[in-house]
Design a protein around this ligand. Structure first.
Ligand code: SF4
Ligand code: SF4
Length: 415
């Protein structure tokens, strides 16, 4: 395995202090050393020096990382193991290729909007025609290998139609002075239309013209799996669509997509277009607070106790921790309550991690669920649709009555 100079320096900076153990949700859930940053650095050294070669066990260890970055945020030597794990996955793909299911999903579906739409329509028909009810009642999937019953239960209920096709391409606000391009991400497009409508209402209602340019998947699923070629192709297509509309800002409602768009310039060399676009990319909460300086009136309705889950990819962007809270406090006042610090880590969703490592993802979310059981909030707000889905499943399993919403959705409902 070969790493570039910066990555090798990062590995050399690891002093084996073990501080990462206290911050890695997987280590805290399992106590297994190869799953924590220090253990992974050690294995990477062996791979680089040729003392180890890729095998199934090693592939499993490197697939078992949430890429949450919590270790890097708390590492005294700034070792970003999340970045190194992704490089290791890239090397693994080069050495052994992608598993057939991932290859089909990334290269046949994500890269092809027509096929992705057709697949979404099929899933929607399956869920709404009664077939899903019959399959579940008959426990048909139990007869098949691969843990399909659990995986099927994690399938989000798709909305009817695609958000991007249901709303106008250009949405003018009253006396629009700012032009924003909206990156909806796949989850808002196919699952959470209510988030998309809230974004449009808030922006157009505050004098912003919102364009929804040609776009596709941000590339995160492919990137996280080490398929940089697919991710790079998606990145180039997205940036071409967004720069064409010449917006003042590019607003994103999904923390995972935001993190990926902000990484485009570092990951893919394209002569500077990504870097110029990056300056305009921001999360919807940041845009509302920093650019619009929005002042929301206290809510006329009482939503009850409101708490907030920090998505990993949002909290380390500028204002990513403060701005959603500022907005929630504007409308909820003293009814906004913080989760305790140890319940504030990654929820365990991590893209498709919860599909590949279902049991572990449930262990990771347990501290949060325990804190929610004590707090008994009515609303859990967050800024990432993937976290929303994972939390919805976890609180349902724990029989908690709370509702999980996107931050902008709550603002839209309450004001
Ligand atoms: S990754 Fe950072 S925190 Fe973990 S052992 Fe190395 S230097 Fe210490
Ligand atoms: S990125 Fe997250 S899951 Fe992976 S080693 Fe670091 S803290 Fe653990």
């Amino acid at each position: 395995m070969k790493l570039n100079e910066t990555q090798e320096q990062m590995i050399n900076r690891c002093s084996r202090c073990g501080s990462c153990q206290a911050h890695c949700p997987l280590y805290l859930a399992t106590g297994v050393e190869p799953l924590v940053a220090r253990g992974k650095v050690e294995l990477l050294e062996h791979l680089i020096e040729g003392r180890l070669e890729w095998n199934d066990k090693l592939a499993e260890v490197f697939s078992t990382c949430l890429l949450c970055g919590n270790c890097g945020d708390n590492c005294p030597n700034q070792v970003r193991v999340d970045h190194l794990v992704r490089e290791a996955r890239r090397d693994l793909v080069a050495a052994r290729g992608l598993p057939v299911i991932k290859r089909t999903v990334f290269q046949q579906l994500l890269k092809n909007d027509g096929r992705l739409s057709a697949a979404a329509r099929l899933v929607c028909f399956y869920q709404r025609s009664g077939i899903q009810r019959l399959v579940r009642a008959g426990k048909v999937l139990n007869l098949l290998p691969g843990g399909l019953t659990v995986k099927e239960s994690l399938l989000p209920r798709l909305a009817a139609g695609e958000f991007r096709k249901l709303v106008p391409r250009v949405n003018r606000g009253k006396k629009s002075t700012l032009r924003v391009a909206y990156f909806t991400g796949c989850m808002t497009n196919y699952v959470f239309h209510r988030t998309g409508r809230s974004v449009l209402n808030l922006l157009t209602g505050n004098g912003v013209e919102v364009t929804i340019p040609e776009q596709g998947c941000c590339g995160l699923p492919a990137l996280a799996a080490g398929d940089y070629d697919t991710a790079g192709e998606l990145a180039r297509r997205n940036i071409a669509g967004f720069t064409q509309s010449e917006p003042d800002y590019i607003v994103v409602d999904c923390a995972s997509c935001l993190g990926t768009l902000l990484e485009y310039p570092r990951l893919f060399d394209d002569g500077g277009t990504f870097a110029r676009a990056e300056e305009k990319v921001m999360d919807i909460s940041r845009f509302l607070v920093e650019v619009l300086d929005i002042k929301l009136p206290p809510a006329t309705k009482d939503a009850g106790i409101v708490t907030y889950h920090d998505p990993c990819h949002l909290k380390r962007t500028p204002g990513g921790k403060e701005y959603p809270r500022a907005l929630l406090k504007m409308v909820s006042g003293p009814r906004f309550v913080e989760l305790p610090a140890d319940a504030g880590r990654c929820c365990g969703s991590a893209g498709s991690f919860n599909l590949e490592h279902y049991r572990l993802s449930r262990e990771v979310v347990k501290p949060k669920i325990r804190a929610l059981e004590v707090m008994q909030p009515d609303i859990i707000a967050t800024g990432c649709p993937a976290c929303m889905l994972h939390l919805e499943h976890a609180i349902k399993d724990a029989s908690l009555p709370a509702r999980v919403v996107h931050t902008v959705e709550l603002l839209n409902i309450l004001t």
